[in-house]
Design a protein around this ligand. Structure first.
Ligand code: NAP
Length: 305
């Protein structure tokens, strides 16, 4: 077991973190948790304090949303807030690796002060592609629940054709939606065309968007502006998946009577178990790489057994 004996703290979070803790434990990692409550954690050390959590760990797995600017850890299980302060972080051993979805400035500052290394999981292609699966299913669920018509046969626009847009376009088109992809990148448009989808350049959106009955946005920039929304049918549903604040002018959409939903965190909502396995898979692979590096540098500390 390459990870046997490596100490990892799993802090806060939701059902995904429970799976991460379980999976790492199964792989021989010495897992400790704090702020996670589940029967599934039987056999895993559940710490009574952050001080105990930080003892003898080489890595810290934070929930995908990480901590806010006040230092509060995202958690759904703990009734009292879990605060990550400088004093607490100082208890960590030198060279701590912190795995987190997105690191906000506060976390970056805290890590810098103790010389920890941050790995932003949302930046990793492998996880972004894997996450696009539950994201697409979650987006589809919203669209199905919010519309009185079938996806099949409906004109659906997917804005952006990166990791999430591609999966989503494939999913809706395989359900029989008349799918149009709007993107700025010619290579992505070529790929969408190859997949048998209709394509338009994002700049031409105002000319075509009136056809859409559902718009899924994955572009993290304001693309559904007042000018574009003016052309959108009042019966169209917008599901905006892009990270906050999304790519829609929500105030204008509301004024125009267009239903627009910002839908963050879909993997954790739509399929926490699968999403947890995906995080665990990537963290475990990255940890194995670190362990190999440590072995090379220190000739066997935390080495493979
Ligand atoms: P991605 O692979 O980088 O794809 C983004 C797409 O948007 C690409 O087609 C990109 O084109 C395009 N784009 C970016 N900026 C643009 C601009 N200013 N104008 C026009 N097009 C632009 O990202 P992703 O992994 O698919 O994620 C997309 C968004 O969804 C992110 O904000 C991510 O945080 C969010 N997300 C949300 C959820 C959820 O649960 N709601 C889940 C996963 C991801 P280029 O390649 O030309 O830049």
């Amino acid at each position: 077991m390459p990870l046997k004996g490596v100490g990892v703290a799993v802090l806060g979070g939701d059902a995904r973190q429970v799976i991460v803790a379980k999976e790492l434990h199964r792989q021989g990692v010495s897992v400790k948790t704090f702020g996670l409550f589940s029967k599934e954690l039987n056999g895993i050390e559940q710490c009574r304090s952050l001080e105990l959590l930080f003892q003898n760990v080489q890595a810290l797995v934070l929930p995908m949303p990480g901590i806010n600017e006040e230092g509060e850890v995202y958690t759904v299980f703990s009734k009292s807030p879990i605060m990550l302060s400088e004093a607490v972080m100082c208890l960590a051993q030198k060279g701590l690796i912190i795995y987190v979805g997105v690191a906000k400035p506060r976390l970056k500052g805290l890590s810098r002060n103790i010389g920890a290394k941050i790995v932003e999981l949302a930046e990793i292609d492998e996880l972004a592609i894997l996450n696009s699966i539950p994201t697409a299913e979650g987006a589809l669920k919203i669209a199905i629940e919010k519309t009185p018509f079938t996806i099949h046969g409906s004109p659906v626009f997917v804005l952006g054709f990166g990791r999430t847009g591609l999966t989503l376009a494939r999913v809706v088109s395989s359900l029989g939606a008349k799918t149009t992809v709007a993107a700025r990148n010619e290579q992505q448009l070529a790929r969408a065309y190859e997949m048998g989808l209709a394509t338009i350049h994002i700049n031409d959106l105002p000319d075509y968007v009136s056809q859409a009955k559902i718009i899924f946005n994955t572009i993290p920039a304001l693309v559904l502006t007042k000018n574009v929304l003016r052309e959108v049918s009042r019966n169209c549903l917008i599901v905006d998946l892009a990270s906050a604040p999304g790519g829609t002018d929500f105030n204008i959409a509301k004024k125009m009577g267009i239903e627009a939903i910002l839908a963050p965190g879909l993997p954790g909502k739509a399929a926490p178990q699968t999403a947890g396995f995906m995080v665990a898979r990537v963290v475990s692979r990255l940890l194995k790489e670190e362990v190999t590096n440590w072995s090379l540098q220190y000739g066997g500390a935390c080495s493979e057994s």
